[in-house]
Design a protein around this ligand. Sequence first.
Ligand code: RFL
Ligand code: PHB
Length: 389
Amino acid sequence: MKCDVAIVGAGPAGLLLGHLLRQAGIDAVIVERQSAEYVLSRIRAGVLERTTTDLMVQLGLDTRMLAEGQLHSGFNLADGERLIRIDIEDLTGSQVMVYGQSEVTRDLIDAAPERGLEVVWEAKDVALHDIESAAPSVSFEQNGKTQTLTAKYIAGCDGFHGPSRRAIPEGIGREHERVYPFGWLGILADVPPCHEELIYANHANGFALASMRSNTRSRYYIQVPLDTDLAQWPDERLWDELAVRLGPDAAAHMTRGPAIEKSVAPLRSYVFEPMRHGNLFIAGDAGHIVPPTGAKGLNLAASDVTYLSKALIARFKQNDETGLEGYAAKALARVWKSERFSWYLTNLMHRFPDHGTFERQMQLAELDYIANSRAAQISIAENYVGLPL
Ligand code: RFL
Ligand code: PHB
């Protein structure tokens, strides 16, 4: 098999890139380890920046997003006593779109056949070869047969655990990492949200987040120790703890219901550089991870592939390689700023095991400063809606 661009991974990064390249008439094939059903069943991000929704508009895949997604003009920080509303529309002129990652992925997967975007599902033993050569390839096993897909470029969009980043020879790359001493226990339930906007709460018991997917589906999280056993958190205990951490106003409007999904996710900040080696280009979680507190993971995947698709289109249409040469530096500059914001909000809103009363007072003083300073609110709002590309 041959194509112009072989894409490893059919998460948001790989699917968006594949569609953007197909829209420009470039021959792209995606190789994915899982089945489409499995990819669609992963419950992950829920807040889209304008840079991400713009891509869906550009692809003409925005019908369902515009009909079913919710535009939010603000979100709230809670400090155990009160809600501090960040009016992102007033502060920045922009809004964010609440539309689940699984819905974005579904729209991209459904449109792939009619747009000639081939996705090889359930590919086993995916491996990258000759990434420093002019004919890099991806091998995989399908139906018991080994296949090789030879391309001009490979896009590594295979998430944090995929093989692409690891194909870069040791000694060339550099890792920057912070692992947080807690995780998020998430619950998805078919109940109306407790508030019309998101609430990020810093309570003495730990962080909590009230989010949503629609008017009838809610997503909540609480900070828990990393070794948490889900069996310790039957639904009722989780609802009780959410009510405490989110505060009396949210609790009064909280509808409880059975969990459709419940899981613990670790929190990590991670950046690998460079995001290019030879003819391999890394995008999305394959190159960087943010803790979910800033809602930036999916949005960074989208900004990476915005840069990468433009660079590849310039290469194939005008034989101009300057975009490809600048890709890693351009993408990383935005990545680091989102890393900073996600790290800042994680530090501001969580209880750390080594924090004493001083650190707690610092958090409360900062929240009080934010509550009373338009300058502080603008800084948070402009990062939350997404910095310019
Ligand atoms: P993805 O979505 O991980 O997709 C990578 C794809 O590559 C496939 N793959 C392989 N394919 C072929 N061969 C192999 N050997 C492969 N190994 C892996 C995988 O099956 C998968 O389909 O990365 P991408 O496209 O870069 O997209 C990034 C986003 O998914 C991610 O940043 C966010 O979902 C992060 N994230 C969250 N972000 C938020 O903004 N808000 C959230 O609430 C939120 N929750 C989460 C999250 C990430 C999680 N992970 C990664 C464990 C919750 C979880 C549990
Ligand atoms: C979610 O709805 O899953 C969600 C929303 C905002 C975040 C993280 C997760 O910051």
